[in-house]
Design a binder for this molecule. Structure first.
Ligand code: ADP
Ligand code: ZN
Ligand code: MG
Length: 493
């Protein structure tokens, strides 16, 4: 890193970082939050618009019930208290992609408050709770396009399809103590939201956007330092990297007698540095006031109960249950629950497999490595959970050896086909426990290695392993190791 960051380790250890995250998540409703325009991603620019989302004078917003249900479900999943009444407010600012001149959001009375997310703590087994200050509903703004159309060197185009798409903003307490913890928080948050099904959390399409607020203070000091806000970072890894850089920058600044100025910064992932973008606006700059065209949003007990019934089993609870039900490790459970669909597939497979633990083991030992080697995720594996279960049963019954399974998995990845299909294509191979064929091989191996036979007979029993290896090689891995051991011991005896 640059010399500006070379301050002594000791100086850095006397400061602690304080981080708070603001995450925007787009809700998967079919229509926008205050009108019936479609929310579909990728439509031709400015085709999903109407007088309401364009902010034409006299057009009146009508709240989308589904957006409220999704937001409430997400808030409940994040352990928030849902307010019986919340208030929409106008947040006034000028931006070319905000035709109304204000965004409808919620301010001093948000939909939900006082939640938390649990993350693994840095010190060990216990979980750490990161507080969630609030979850509120708001509408998205449009999009300014700076490239990809004729004359884009000099001009910026505006696409208003996204204007009025429903969002929730999830604001954390400044409880996050390190860039790694921020990464964990975001990973958990995304996982929980995905499980609720209210968003696809697709960062490339902007369905999940996170801003990171960060300050530093001398260790032991209660008062928070001045923060900067890093905006528009498009991956969790980059957010972590940006925070590492920004924390070091702030400490160096303070150490050299400077002060941190409250500002919004951008992260350049190629350089690994943050840059000042603008000084931070204050809340009063937005001149928030209650939205006069919308009634207070009331989510009463009855509606809340209805929404609560839509709550699926969440990742944490599911992992605990899977460890319990299938005798798998925490770590296995973690890998198998990265998405709800993968966990569903595993459970469907595990219930029919004779030994679910072996299914989980094969995922770890044989599947993950091959998936990662291709630079993909487990969801893109050609071998499905059902396929893993089928292969696990074949090993379990002794029909195929571990070596044969590995070879078959390689073929699956080469051909992009699932296990049962490749197993058929290969003519349902079986490891041989056909002793006459095996005996022939063993006789040959014994005859070819007289010196080792002598050693064995002289008492060096450990050399049996050498013979097993030779026989397995000659049998191309297709022999049953147990039969090989037994027959060899008899021959050499
Ligand atoms: P603002 O008015 O600048 O938007 P908020 O108080 O609304 O600030 O907080 C925005 C986010 O910044 C929250 O996630 C909060 O936890 C975090 N935050 C607030 N103060 C600090 C601080 N001094 N250092 C780090 N994060 C902070
Ligand atoms: Zn519209
Ligand atoms: Mg704020």
């Amino acid at each position: 890193m640059s010399s500006a960051l070379d301050t002594s380790v000791a100086a850095h250890a006397t400061y602690e970082p304080v981080i708070g995250l603001e995450v925007h998540v787009q809700l998967l409703t079919a229509t926008k939050i205050f009108c019936s325009c479609s929310t579909r991603f990728g439509a031709a620019p400015n085709t999903n618009v109407c007088p309401v989302c364009l902010g034409m004078p006299g057009a009146l917003p009508v709240l989308n019930r589904k957006a409220v249900e999704f937001a409430t479900l997400a808030a409940m999943a994040l352990n928030c208290r849902v307010n019986e009444a919340s208030i929409f407010a106008r947040k006034n600012y000028f931006y070319p992609d905000l035709p109304k001149g204000y965004q409808i959001s919620q301010y001093d009375k948000p939909l939900a408050e006082h939640g938390f997310i649990e993350v693994p703590s840095a010190t060990g087994k216990n979980k750490k709770k990161i507080g969630i200050t609030r979850v509120h509903l708001e509408e998205d703004a449009g999009k300014s396009l700076h490239e990809g159309f004729p004359d884009s060197e000099q001009k910026t185009a505006i696409d208003l399809n996204r204007t009025g798409v429903p969002l929730i903003e999830i604001v954390s307490e400044p409880d996050i103590a390190s860039p790694d913890e921020a990464y964990e928080y975001l990973t958990r948050l995304k996982e929980i939201i995905l499980y609720t099904g209210v968003s696809d959390c697709n960062m490339e399409e902007g369905s999940l956007r996170a801003d990171a607020n960060v300050s530093v203070r001398p260790r032991g000091q209660h008062k928070l330092g001045t923060k900067t806000e890093i905006k528009n970072v498009n991956s969790f890894r980059f957010i972590r990297d940006a925070l590492v850089y920004e924390i070091a920058r702030q400490i160096d600044l303070l150490e050299s007698g400077g002060t941190v100025s409250q500002e919004t910064r951008l992260y350049n992932s190629h350089e690994g540095k943050t840059y000042a973008m603008r000084s931070k606006e204050q809340a009063h700059d937005y001149r928030y006031f209650p939205e006069p065209d919308l009634l207070p949003l009331v989510v009463d007990e009855k509606w809340k109960a209805e929404i609560a019934r839509m709550m699926p089993e969440l990742p944490e609870a599911r992992r605990a249950r899977m460890v319990q039900n299938y005798g798998i490790t925490e770590y296995d459970a973690q890998v198998l629950t990265v998405s709800k669909s993968l966990a569903d597939q595993f459970e469907a497979a595990a219930t029919v497999a004779s030994n679910p633990k072996r299914v989980a083991n094969l995922v770890q030992s044989e599947l993950m490595g091959r998936v990662k080697a291709r630079g993909t995720e487990i969801e893109q594996s050609p071998i499905s959970m059902k396929g893993v279960a089928a292969s696990a049963d074949l090993v379990e019954s002794g029909a195929i050896s571990g070596k044969m399974l590995k070879d078959l998995y390689d073929l699956c990845f080469e051909r992009g086909k699932d296990f049962p299909e490749v197993y058929e294509e290969e003519g349902r191979p079986q490891q041989s426990s056909d002793t006459s064929a095996l005996e022939k091989i063993i006789d040959q191996v014994v005859a070819a290695n007289p010196r080792q036979v002598e050693q064995y007979r002289a008492g060096k029993k450990t050399i049996l392993g050498f013979f097993v290896g030779q026989v397995m090689r000659a049998a191309k891995g297709q022999a049953n190791p147990q039969s090989v051991n037994e027959l060899l011991a008899k021959k050499l005896g």
